[in-house]
Write a protein that binds this ligand. Structure first.
Ligand SMILES: Cc1cc2nc3c(=O)[nH]c(=O)nc-3n(C[C@H](O)[C@H](O)[C@H](O)COP(=O)(O)O)c2cc1C
Length: 341
């Protein structure tokens, strides 16, 4: 059990926000594997104040997804805090999360995302005004280490974030310049944990249950947050929970993969128009269909589909293949090498 302000969270294992991935469907699937907290994809504060239908559609969530954070990005305190107030009033999310981590030039060149870490005066203002705008709802921040290796500001930024009333901070300890290269600097998570009293959520390079355990042990963080490790592997949350409980990890068979593909496709088909559902199906199947004998052939076959009917027919074929090849299981990976102690 952990707390973010007045919010109780049963399980300190979070699904990270991912643009183009953590939509309603993916969040519900991860919820089924016991994730403790989920976030929307990042949404534009400008889009919200302009009442963009597309933006507002991105924050749609159902009660079974709670606790959920709506993540906002923007470049000025006025727009971000106004958008946060709108979100608080209309959707009452459990958390309003501020994105100070996105390294994508389209976002940073306007001063949003991780560009906030280059202007801690503005960052302070954004946090303070957002906290003041949303009433009881806890405000949290997700950030990177700093802009580049000469400007690592995570500890100072976390102290400002805490001082201005935010209730938790998540750190992906890479710089903007690193993007996804190199390895996440886990000791920086430990340094932030030492420097503030609000909960610290560690993020970066957790690809297996054992990696999650290692991050808890090496950094003392209050919660862990997983992004890429959940792509095509939403059962990572069950595996982390099992490992933390001292239980055996449940193996994943290719029949489990096939069942997950079917569930994911059905949920997408129910939630989106056919074109979008198929595009997202292909994207997610590209992640599910990896790491077992025959995966490449199935991945290519699904990639070539063009209609919901074709996907459904191929899913039936994949089911038959799985029944005939029950001996194929996915390997149960241990700790990856990047952060081996
Ligand atoms: C496809 C993708 C989309 C992402 N979108 C977001 C986003 O919208 N907001 C955010 O704060 N981080 C975003 N991230 C960063 C992740 O939340 C996370 O910080 C990063 O991937 C490191 O964690 P990992 O090693 O577990 O992947 C994204 C990452 C990926 C791979």
């Amino acid at each position: 059990m952990m707390h973010i302000g007045n919010l109780h969270i049963d399980n300190p294992v979070f699904l990270a926000p991912m643009a183009g991935v953590t939509d309603h469907t993916f969040r519900v699937l991860c919820r089924g594997y016991g994730v403790g907290m989920v976030y929307t994809e990042f949404v534009s504060a400008n889009g919200i104040v302009r009442e963009s239908v597309k933006t507002l559609d991105m924050v749609r969530f159902t009660p079974d997804e709670r606790p959920i954070g709506i993540q906002l990005f923007g470049e000025d305190a006025e727009t971000i805090s106004r958008s946060a107030a709108i979100m608080a009033e209309r959707f009452q999310p459990d958390v309003i999360d501020l994105n100070f981590g996105c390294p994508v030039p389209k976002v940073t060149k306007k001063g949003a995302g991780s560009a906030m870490l280059r202007d801690l005066v503005l960052m302070r203002q954004v946090v303070a005004q957002t906290v003041a705008a949303v009433g009881q709802i806890p405000v949290t921040v997700k950030m990177r280490a700093g802009w580049d290796s000469n400007s690592i500001v995570a500890v100072e930024a976390a102290q400002i974030i805490e001082a201005e009333g935010a209730q938790a901070v998540a750190l992906h300890p890479r710089t903007t310049k690193q993007s996804f290269g190199g390895k996440a600097d886990w000791p920086l998570i430990a340094a932030v944990k030492e420097a503030v009293s609000i909960p610290v959520i560690g993020n970066g390079d957790i690809l297996t249950a054992h990696d999650a355990q290692a991050m808890f042990e090496q950094t003392g963080c209050d919660a862990v947050m997983i992004a890429r490790g959940a792509l095509g592997r939403p059962w990572i949350f069950r595996q982390i929970n099992e490992l933390r409980a001292g239980a055996e990890l449940t193996p994943v068979t290719i029949s489990d993969v096939a069942a997950m593909c079917r569930t994911h496709f059905n949920l997408l088909a129910a939630d989106k128009n056919e074109r979008l559902a198929i595009n997202l199906t292909k994207k997610h199947f590209g992640h599910y269909l990896k790491g077992f004998d025959g995966a490449v052939t199935w991945r290519k076959a699904f990639h070539a589909t063009d209609s919901a009917g074709e996907v459904a027919r191929l899913l039936d074929e994949f089911d038959r293949y799985c029944r005939e090849h029950q001996e194929i299981t996915l390997p149960l990976p241990g700790q990856t090498e990047l952060h081996a102690a």
